[in-house]
Design a protein around this ligand. Structure first.
Ligand SMILES: [Zn+2]
Length: 206
């Protein structure tokens, strides 16, 4: 193992895709400086997992799929309340591709989520129907116990993934400096509070 790095630690990089980065269809706030911070994190960890939001046309999370609804409205679905987004991360499109500045060469696994039209998947672990992505099985089989999360968006997919990691019995840490939030109606502060309450360690510096 290069650099004597611990083999039970993995870095999970959430959704660093063109549509979520500055200039994209559903961009987080700020510029893309956080990507450099993620790349630096990849230098200190040999076990890298990437996730990719990957939706079919007409996905339940798209405002355009619901008559009379606009982006950031909510609707009730069989799986509970769903926040609606601009159309984003259509499977196979340039918007769904990883941002070109992101280092991908060390990634051992790419998890694609939100692939079922009727269910959204903020979490890297499962969709809103509870169907697992397989990530927890991969992590257990490889013996990873301590997980660090970074990427997009801090207050949605990153926080949901970190919370599900704790629920699944892993130690979870979020590298806040290597994340970007979208912060809708106080969602950022709320996500930090919920993560703290549920045992997610928050790293102020990457
Ligand atoms: Zn999505």
């Amino acid at each position: 193992m290069a650099g004597g790095q611990k083999t039970d630690e993995a870095l999970i990089i959430i959704d660093v895709q063109n549509d979520f980065c500055a200039g994209g269809a559903l961009a987080a706030g700020g510029d893309n400086a956080f990507i450099d911070k993620i790349n630096r994190l990849t230098e200190t960890c040999d076990n890298i997992i990437l996730t990719q939001d990957w939706h079919p046309a007409g996905h339940v999370s798209f405002a355009a799929a619901h008559a009379g609804k606009a982006a950031y409205d909510t609707v009730e679905t069989a799986a509970g309340r769903q926040i609606l987004w601009p159309t984003h991360c259509l499977a196979g499109t340039e918007g769904a591709a990883f941002h070109p500045a992101l280092r991908q060469d060390k990634a051992a696994l790419i998890i694609r989520k939100g692939t079922c039209r009727d269910y959204d998947a903020l979490s890297a672990f499962c969709d809103t129907s509870g169907r697992p992505t397989g990530l927890a099985g991969f992590l257990r089989e490889r013996g990873f116990e301590k997980l660090s999360f970074c990427g997009l968006m801090t207050d949605f997919c990153v926080s949901c993934s970190a919370l599900d990691a704790v629920k699944a019995g892993f130690k979870a840490r979020v590298a806040l400096a290597a994340c970007q939030a979208i912060d809708i109606n106080g969602s950022y502060a709320r996500a930090l509070t919920i993560m703290r309450r549920n045992g997610v360690e928050l790293g102020l510096l990457a």
